[in-house]
Design a protein around this ligand. Structure first.
Ligand code: GUN
Length: 300
């Protein structure tokens, strides 16, 4: 069975009226993980590799490092220059694959164009995959076996679980079919949330029709304003994965203020789904550490 963590965080700590503040939930989950780490014999270790000078990537990696340190993880960051070779990148992954203090390996994307990204991601030992991008873990998710799950969809399914709504038999519509969000999201909604799932994408012809019957709508197209707001079903739960920088402000795929009246719950952008991704990266690392040490009685 797929294991979806349950943190039992009181709703009043993160749900305000109709707004699902993943940012607040993520803080509580990180505190929860910190407490769990304090009770364990081993210290989960997260290693992150940054290749090149991409500004957004630098910010992401330093937030991940800070978050890992704050909850008592062992944390390592390695930086390689933009002209690093495939072999040099592979050598770093190989070193961490063989380091018993490391349980979560993350290679920050995007990698420079001359690097074969999939070759690097697939060279990570699947039991140390922090992102859930390894094919073995993608396959495990499809087969309902335990393994690391992509952080953004995992964060969303955790939000739905913490919200405590009954999702069984509901119609969930996923807009977007990427390997790292849309597809794993659809799989989780199908198997963990027991929904009837529809996936729409840029070539879909009946998005309005699907939107009108969706009880749960996950917008992950990476394009703004794809759906007709008037078609959104009354009392739907709307999750917005989009992140767009417009006139210096961060916005989602949707304009949540436009649909607030209609929905039962919605994630704002910023402050909704985004912060849950880092919390799930930490969770995956913790979980890998538990699985890797299962025989050694992790709990003190
Ligand atoms: N770049 C942007 N988001 C991510 C992520 O979640 N994981 C990795 N490895 N790279 C990213």
């Amino acid at each position: 069975m797929i294991e979806i963590p349950s943190f039992k965080i009181p709703k009043e700590d993160w749900v305000e009226d109709k707004l699902l503040y993943g940012k607040k939930l993520a803080v509580k989950i990180r505190e929860h993980l910190k407490e769990r780490v304090e009770k364990t014999k081993i210290r989960p270790g997260l290693a992150a590799l940054l290749v090149g000078e991409d500004e957004a990537s630098k910010i992401y990696v330093s937030s991940k490092e800070k978050a890992a340190n704050e909850i008592g993880f062992h944390s390592v960051v390695k930086k390689l220059p933009v002209d690093a070779t495939q072999e040099e990148v592979l050598a770093v992954v190989h070193e961490w694959n063989n380091d018993e203090n490391i349980h979560g390996i993350l290679v920050q994307l995007p990698l420079p164009k001359h690097i074969n990204s999939q070759n690097i991601l697939q060279s990570i030992n699947a039991s140390k995959d922090a992102d859930g991008f390894h094919y073995a873990n993608m396959g495990r998710l499809m087969a309902k076996e335990k393994g690391a799950i992509a952080c953004t969809p995992l964060g969303i399914i955790v939000m739905l679980k913490e919200l405590g709504v009954n999702t069984e038999g509901k119609h969930a519509l996923v807009l977007g079919r990427s390997n790292i969000v849309g597809k794993p999201m659809a799989q989780l909604l199908l198997d963990a949330a027991q929904c009837t799932v529809t996936v729409c994408h840029s070539k879909s012809r009946n998005i309005d029709e699907m939107t009108a019957s969706a009880d749960i709508l996950v917008a992950a197209m990476g394009v703004r304003d794809v759906i007709d707001y008037s078609k959104i079903k009354k009392d739907a739960i709307v999750i917005d994965v989009g992140m767009h920088r417009i006139d210096g402000k961060v916005k989602g795929d949707l304009d949540y203020k436009e649909i607030l009246d209609k929905v039962s719950f919605i994630t704002p952008v910023p402050g909704g789904v985004g912060p849950m991704t880092i919390a799930m990266l930490l969770y995956n690392t913790y979980q890998n550490a538990v699985w890797l040490n299962e025989k050694d009685q992790m709990l003190a």
